[in-house]
Ligand binder design. Structure first.
Ligand code: SAH
Length: 237
């Protein structure tokens, strides 16, 4: 091939390249939005745990919101998921996940499956996730989404999370994603000694305290107030 032909071919290839989108852009139209969400809403607010950041960049949040809200999935706010419930703001998901101090060996209980998004984030970091939801249609939909997104280490069930899920206790970590007026005693009992629970506590539909509770001994817990939050209430049948 003559040098002029080679140059022409090279030019042609360079020129053609932008037209061929990288694989992740074609298969994952929201990949760039997630990266931006993590940089501007999460890392910038001080969450630096690499496992949490990676999970938030990886899990396709848009698949956990109702189809008509997909374009809003990465906004800095909670979104309605039906039945008066919400998927939490991305930063709150990251903050609560970080507070649990998870390892690859952790077994976690979540109260309030909702969309299944928080469970999916936990499933990328921990060994096993057990999640309970009181609204049956939400439970069924979340189960389906978790299956479609390959979260095989999440076990979801329809039940009142006030009583936790004794069958799989004790847990290394418990996360409650609805606000309780006080900490449900069964949840403390299902936390292993040394385990951590993250729970919003306060009046319904008002500002609540996000607590991190460490079970130091059988009857000894340490409670830290982390921040002020607003969660939908923990309801009872
Ligand atoms: N973690 C969810 C957030 C869901 S909002 C997500 O990532 O999308 C809180 C959820 O808690 C709602 O779905 C609500 O139905 C559920 N909930 C409220 N009271 C409950 C209870 N007693 N037991 C289990 N789930 C409860």
């Amino acid at each position: 091939m003559r040098p002029a032909t080679v140059t022409l071919l090279t030019l042609l290839l360079v020129w053609l390249q932008p037209a061929t989108a990288p694989a992740d852009m074609t298969n994952d139209p929201f990949g760039a939005s997630r990266k931006k969400m993590v940089a501007t809403q999460i890392r910038s607010r001080g969450v630096s745990d690499p496992a949490v950041l990676r999970a938030m960049e990886d899990v396709p949040r848009h698949l956990f919101v109702p189809e008509k809200l997909r374009d809003h999935a990465h906004e800095d706010r909670p979104l309605a998921i039906g039945f008066g419930q919400t998927i939490s703001q991305p930063y709150v998901v990251a903050l609560m996940t970080k507070l649990l101090d998870l390892t690859e060996a952790s077994r976690v209980l979540e109260v309030g499956t909702g969309s299944g998004y928080q469970a999916a984030i936990l499933s990328r970091i921990a060994k096993e996730v057990f999640s309970v939801e009181i609204v049956s249609p939400l439970h069924l939909r979340a189960k389906q989404t978790l299956k479609e997104t390959g979260c095989t280490n999440v076990t979801a069930i329809h039940r009142d999370g006030f009583f936790g899920w004794k069958k799989h206790a004790p847990y290394d970590a418990i996360i409650v994603t609805c606000a309780a007026e006080s900490v449900p005693p069964p949840l403390i009992q299902q936390l292993r000694i040394g385990g951590v629970m993250c729970i919003p506590v306060g009046p319904p539909f008002r500002v609540q305290n996000l607590l991190r509770i460490t079970r130091r001994a059988k009857d000894d817990v340490r409670t830290e107030v982390i921040s002020q939050v607003r969660f939908v209430p923990l309801t009872r049948p």
